[in-house]
Design a binder for this molecule. Sequence first.
Ligand code: PFF
Ligand code: NA
Length: 462
Amino acid sequence: MSEQREQWQSTAGFIMAAVGSAVGLGNIWRFSYVTYENGGGAFLIPYVLALFIVGIPLLLLEFGIGHYMKASAPVSLFRIDRRFQWVGWWAVGFTMFGILIYYCVVIAWCLSFIFFALYQPWTGVEGGANAFFFGEFLGAATEDGLRGPFDLTGPNLTVLVALAAVWAINGVIVGRGLRAGVEPVIRVFIPLLFLLMIVLVVWSLFLPGAGQGLTWYLSPDWAKLADWRVWVEAITQIFFTLSLGFGIMIAYASYLPERSNITRNALITAFADSGFAIFAGVAVFATLGFMAQAQGQGVEDVVTSGIGLAFVAYPQVISELPFLPTMFGVLFFSALAIAGLSSSISLIQAFVSALSDKYEVDRTKVVGTLCTIGFLLGMVFTTGAGIAWLDIVDHFLTSYGLVLVGLLEALIVGWVFGGERLGSHIEGAGSFRFSSHYGTFMRLLMTGALAFTWFGLHQAED
Ligand code: PFF
Ligand code: NA
């Protein structure tokens, strides 16, 4: 055990790191395609409600318990009751590590597309950006659709090299430690990311057809609210986007000083994250409107697959843009890569702190080993069957990882540790009251919503 536990240099450092972890590919890539698939404006209402019913209370729970126990997830849960330790390891070792592996692959795609934006290799390809992405780039397309999981091909060299670069960057930053590595990098990345996004949003608003895309994005379709699957998607997206159920927010809060305004930190993190997603959505949907107009289609018909939204729609737009197309593409994919990297380093950092809370470990060795294993396991996603695997792993991890862990946390903290006790700890540390009914709320509404989501996810499979 380390006697001298590292601490954040300042509250701003903590908030930046929490926001850095939260704001990621989930806000641009995942948010926009889930929104797209669930009817655009229709999705925003369940999304915002899910933020308040599940997102903020659970974030408060993770921050609160990490701060109370001064330890990452496995040890924190162990201290509530030793029988719960496995939930923490499940969150950190299985869910977090699993997601990290494919998350880095998507960052590798972003890095590749920064270069592709310069050369636009899809322009000569029959079928345009769609055929380029699934066919030439991923090597996933066959005559009868995409390759299945067992239709393995050799790894794609471009993705493989980019993936090695992603892991090397991760390793170097996290290897330097919290204060010398993660914190200063995040301090540069997050403001840079917000700046890039502002440029992109303003730019996209001037595209012809932007209005059509925005109307679709912002006008609610009330009928969709009756579909329970939309709610399940919204809650799942909230987990992913706020980095909940990974144990990461628990680890982060464990480095906070004794006196901290946890409620304020949770609200800032949650609103910065969802605000960023909704804002980034403006750029994405304005761009889709442009594409719809250029192709004479409705916004809802422009893209056929969710994953394609970022990697097919944007490249296509880049080659049709009236001015500075290369620049637009480089900006967009750099923003995605930076968002992704700031999240991946926070994941690895949390993983390392979970291990070093429990065992004497040499950080350099752990980080080196972790990055090597991550790279090796990631190789399966660089093959032609990669997309099929990505789909399977993502689905499996969200239901048996994130949502299940969230549900267990709510049960364990709500009933065993005591929701009221957590509430008074949070207030005692110097926070304003979130709600005097936090404990009751946690036990009933939040747990109910999580149980609904968990069963819903399994229903959706049939
Ligand atoms: N919240 C991140 C996103 O929205 O992209 C994803 C993520 C990053 C989840 C880091 C978990 C994590 F620890
Ligand atoms: Na996010």
